[in-house]
Design a protein around this ligand. Structure first.
Ligand SMILES: Nc1ncnc2c1ncn2[C@@H]1O[C@H](COP(=O)(O)OP(=O)(O)OP(=O)(O)O)[C@@H](O)[C@H]1O
Ligand SMILES: [Mg+2]
Length: 298
């Protein structure tokens, strides 16, 4: 625990009603007196980080970060540059290994999991990278279908059909599928990245700075598409952003990170009444307040 950390003020998160449980698969007809298969109830907390620590040498980046991501909700992590947002995301994705703490996904500990388990977990995740990160050597539809063809070994024809349908979901016609990413504007590239993120109907979608570098109108178009797509896929969403307009639009719950800890969290519509001076300074974009930028004085 960082002794300088401000007090946490965490109102209880809102709970959305859970979707009805998936029907149990039918027992094979030939199996005599088979008991109906009852699926274990899924935890209402989809991703649960508890007391996560991560240092790089002497630099403590995550200092006991705890965060609950309720199933089917959209959680947005806000915070300044260098506070540990991307490191948090990388810990959940298994790209970085925390030094201490616990990260449960579907009640399963993912810290220290085998490469095989991690691969299986990632198949349920979709990711929209900052800058879209499309492969220039592939056409747009091949980019969208990449995970289906490479990860799921789906035949190209079938994968292309899905890719075209996902492009339509983000408002792009089939002709765009034949273009190269280099022929697209930044806003179109983001949409293609979004189509790729939802291509395999993931359980969780991660958004890394989804609106950075876009003009305010295109940013709003992307925000609307994120809300629509997350709803259509029925996914849990975890986003990191500096952009408060985006956070307000796409979040059910907002969590603010500062010096590697969540210092405030609450329903998105309470962020203006947080009563937390760090949150207030961040959303007002003010240089005056408890948050001091670590910049060298000229
Ligand atoms: N692989 C690494 N090795 C050493 N230090 C790292 C590594 N990854 C991140 N850091 C450090 O951890 C701190 C937090 O980085 P992180 O990328 O999480 O910031 P962020 O909150 O995402 O910031 P931004 O908004 O600028 O992207 C930074 O000081 C960074 O230099
Ligand atoms: Mg970052």
């Amino acid at each position: 625990m960082n002794s300088e950390a401000p007090p946490r003020k965490i109102p209880p998160p809102p709970r959305k009603p859970l979707p009805p449980p998936a029907p149990a698969p039918k027992a094979a007809e030939a199996a005599p007196a088979a008991q109906p298969v009852v699926e274990a109830p899924r935890s209402p907390i989809h991703i649960n980080l508890t007391d996560v620590h991560k240092s790089f040498g002497p630099k403590h980046v995550l200092n006991g970060l705890s965060l609950e991501v309720p199933r089917g909700q959209s959680v947005v992590i806000i915070g300044g540059s260098g506070t540990g947002k991307s490191v948090t995301l990388k810990c959940i994705l298994g790209i970085l290994t925390p030094d201490q703490g616990s990260i449960l996904v579907d009640d399963k500990e993912i810290i220290g999991q085998s490469a095989r388990d991690r691969e299986a977990m990632l198949r349920h995740f979709g990711m929209l990278f900052q800058g879209a990160a499309l492969f220039d050597s592939l056409s747009v539809w091949e980019n969208v279908a990449f995970g289906l063809i490479q990860g799921r070994k789906m035949p190209r024809g079938e994968a292309k059909e899905i890719a075209i349908a996902k492009l339509a979901q983000v408002g792009l016609g089939p002709e765009v599928g034949e273009l190269s990413p280099a022929e697209l504007s930044g806003g179109m590239q983001k949409r293609v990245g979004l189509a790729r993120a939802i291509a395999s109907d993931p359980d969780v979608i991660f958004f890394d700075e989804p609106t950075t570098g876009l003009d305010p109108i295109m940013a709003d178009v992307i925000n609307d598409l994120i809300v629509k797509c997350v709803k259509e896929v029925g996914a849990t969403a975890v986003s990191i952003t500096h952009d408060m307009a985006s956070a307000r639009k796409i979040a059910d719950k907002i969590a603010m990170i500062y010096k590697g800890e969540i210092i405030w969290e609450g329903p998105a519509d309470t962020v203006d009444d947080s009563g937390n001076e760090y949150v207030q300074q961040f959303i007002n974009g003010s240089a005056d307040g408890p948050i001091q930028m670590e910049v060298l004085k000229p």
